[in-house]
Design a protein around this ligand. Sequence first.
Ligand SMILES: NC(=O)C1=CN([C@@H]2O[C@H](COP(=O)(O)OP(=O)(O)OC[C@H]3O[C@@H](n4cnc5c(N)ncnc54)[C@H](O)[C@@H]3O)[C@@H](O)[C@H]2O)C=CC1
Ligand SMILES: CC(C)CC(=O)C(=O)O
Ligand SMILES: [Mg+2]
Length: 346
Amino acid sequence: MSRSIRLAVIPGDGIGQEVVAQGLKVLTAVLPEDVKLETKEYDLGAKRWHRTGETLPDEELASLKEHDAILLGAIGDPTVPSGVLERGLLLKLRFAFDHFVNLRPSKLFPNTATPLAGRPDIDFVVVREGTEGPYTGNGGSLRTGTPAEVATEVSVNTAYGVERVVRDAYERANARPRKKLTLVHKNNVLVYAGHMWKNIFDTVGQEYPEVTTDYLHVDAATIFLVTQPERFDVIVTDNLFGDILTDLAAAVTGGIGLAASGNINPTGAFPSMFEPVHGSAPDIAGTGKADPTATILSVALLLRHLGHEEQAARIETEVAADLEARGDAPRTTDEIGDALAARVAG
Ligand SMILES: NC(=O)C1=CN([C@@H]2O[C@H](COP(=O)(O)OP(=O)(O)OC[C@H]3O[C@@H](n4cnc5c(N)ncnc54)[C@H](O)[C@@H]3O)[C@@H](O)[C@H]2O)C=CC1
Ligand SMILES: CC(C)CC(=O)C(=O)O
Ligand SMILES: [Mg+2]
C-alpha cells in the first residue's frame, strides 16, 4: 500500500467536470492523514480542441504516464465532430497505456429505480477487453459521401490479446465465492473471432478446474441480464459487446449514474485509469442533475487498485448507506458529493 498517490485528473467534458470534482472531494475525505495525495489536472477535451486543435499531445501522454493512476470524468461534446475526442483522446489513452482489462462491476444498490427491485442479490463483474475488437480504428471509407460509399470497421482479435483478458477473468472468477465465468460473444455468426475466443476460453479454463463456465451469445445475454441477472458472476467479453452490456447492466441495477469502471493495466507497466461508465451527458450538463456516485465508486476501484482496500470498502459501504437514506427528494451533484464526503470521513 502506497503512502503517497500521484494522481492525474482529466475532468474532460460536460458532466465530467462536475462529477470529478465530487470524486476528488470524497477521495480527500477518505484518505488517512499519512497518505499524501498529489494531483495534477490536465486540460484535455473539447475546450482544448477548440483552442488548439489538439486531442492528446505526446508530451501530455508522457506526463500522464508518470502517475500512479488517472481519474477521468468523461470525454465527448456535441460541438466536436463525433469520434474526434472519443478516439483521439479516450481510446488513445486506453490503447497507449495498454488498458486491456476494462473492469465494470454491477451491483443492485438499495432504494434505486430498477425493474429488478426485490430480486435476489445481483452482484456480477464484466471484464471487457479494452484494447482490441472493432475499436482499434482498423477500417476506412471509399467513395466517401457518394451513394456508392463503402465503409469498413474491422474487429481486431489477437490470440495474445484474448488470452490475457480471458486469463484475468478466470483469476477474478476463481477469487470470488461463486467461481463462475460466462463468455459472451456471437460465435454463431462471427465465426472467426468467436471461435478463437471460445477455443482460448476452453483452453485457459483447463487451468482453473474450480471455475464453472458458461457461454452465451450476446443477444441472449441481454435477455438474461434483465430476466435472470443472478445467473452471472463474472462475464468476459470483447470491447464492443462489453460496452453495450455494461450500459444495460447499469440501467437494470440502479442507473447509469451509479456504474463505475476501471481501465486496468494489470502488469503495472502503465497507470490504470478510473472513470464512470457513462459519458459527458450534454443533455444535463450544467444543471446539477448529474449523479456523481459512479465517479465516487470509480474512486473506490482506484483505491483498491493502489492497495487501499479499507478506504475502498468504506466508500462502497457508505454509498449503499447513502442510497438507502436518500429518500424521494432529488439532490444535486454537489449535495450527493458533500453527503458522501461527510460519511466516509466520519
Ligand atoms: N467514457 C467516456 O468518456 C464516454 C463518453 N461518451 C461520450 O459522451 C457523449 C454523450 O454520450 P451519450 O450517448 O449521450 O451517453 P451518456 O452516458 O453521456 O448519457 C446517456 C444518458 O444517461 C444520462 N446520464 C449519464 N450520466 C449520468 C449521471 N452521472 N447522472 C445522471 N444521468 C446520467 C444522460 O443524461 C443521458 O440521458 C458522447 O460524446 C459520447 O461519445 C459516451 C460514453 C462513455
Ligand atoms: C465513448 C467510447 C469510446 C467509450 C464508451 O462508450 C465506454 O467506454 O463505455
Ligand atoms: Mg459506453
